[in-house]
Design a protein around this ligand. Sequence first.
Ligand code: 5GP
Ligand code: MN
Length: 344
Amino acid sequence: MVSGSGIKRLKEFVDSSKHIAIIPHHNPDGDAIGASLGLYGVLKQLGKDVHVISPNGFPEFLEWMEGANEVVSFEDNPGKVREILKSTDLMFFLDFNGLSRIKGLEAEVRGFKGKSIMIDHHPGPEEIADVMISEPLASATCELMYNVIKKAGWKKYLNKELAECIYTGIMTDTGSLSYNSSRPEIYHIVADLVEIGIDKDKVHQLVFHSNSFNRMRLLGHALGQKMYLLEGTPAAYIVLTAEELKRYEFKPGDTEGFVNYPLWIEGISVSALFMEHKDKIKVSFRSQGSFPVNQFSEKFFNGGGHVNAAGGEFYGKLDDAVDTFCKQLPLFMQEQNISDEKQP
Ligand code: 5GP
Ligand code: MN
């Protein structure tokens, strides 16, 4: 899955570099932060001067990870990031494949003269790096990262703490191995990580059982009051206004996973979540079966992602975003010739 020639060049780049920056996507999730911190810990042991530079902050439920408190957020600390980038000679791009996914950091990265390596599992990569390890079949960037670390001969540096970072990405991107996880390789990797000594159950608890009271109440409100069926289609959606997010003291990461719940309804195979933020409407999509939410999001919501999990943004009013979804979804289904049967 990770080619020998890609690994050879990656090793050459790492060997000939001293100052390395690791960059995950904007609003980084468990996979982006897990892969970044796993690699960060390995490169530090190789004696490199390494920094994880995130376009913005990350959710509190990932703060337990080794190295998490050393991540520098560009949004919160642009001066420090610019200072680091001045001496950077190698950059890693993790869990994204187009520079628009790093928002404000894009301008800083575009002027970069050093070498770059992308490791990612989204379809349709742009040519953004000198070495492109792009594998849409992989369940998570963390799965690729494990393979990279192993094939590069760095597995001896993968201690329990770093293995837990890698496991987190596999766990969060597959809904705890409940979807996108039918290839046996994933279980061989998980077995290796368990052998290294990860506490699998503890990782699950730290990530999924660390909700604030308000987050649980927001979920209750979203499912009880703000979830709708789109009549005549296999779609359901949740809409949260800025006022509602404020009422429940929304923090980044609080709505992670909300978009999955409508798929638990019998007959529902497409789900959307709309959230009203200050400057934009953030949209998340999920599907089961053949509905390509990445294409739908790209066409109408300036977004992209995977066939069954995507996101995007709408620049306008919340009602207009929801209207666009409700009008375009049936047309898109007709266009794509998708039947409204729920497909396993
Ligand atoms: P989520 O709904 O969890 O935010 O994102 C689901 C998937 O869609 C992830 O793979 C993520 O990388 C991708 N995604 C989320 N938001 C955007 C976006 O604004 N643009 C693009 N291109 N992809 C996105
Ligand atoms: Mn991912």
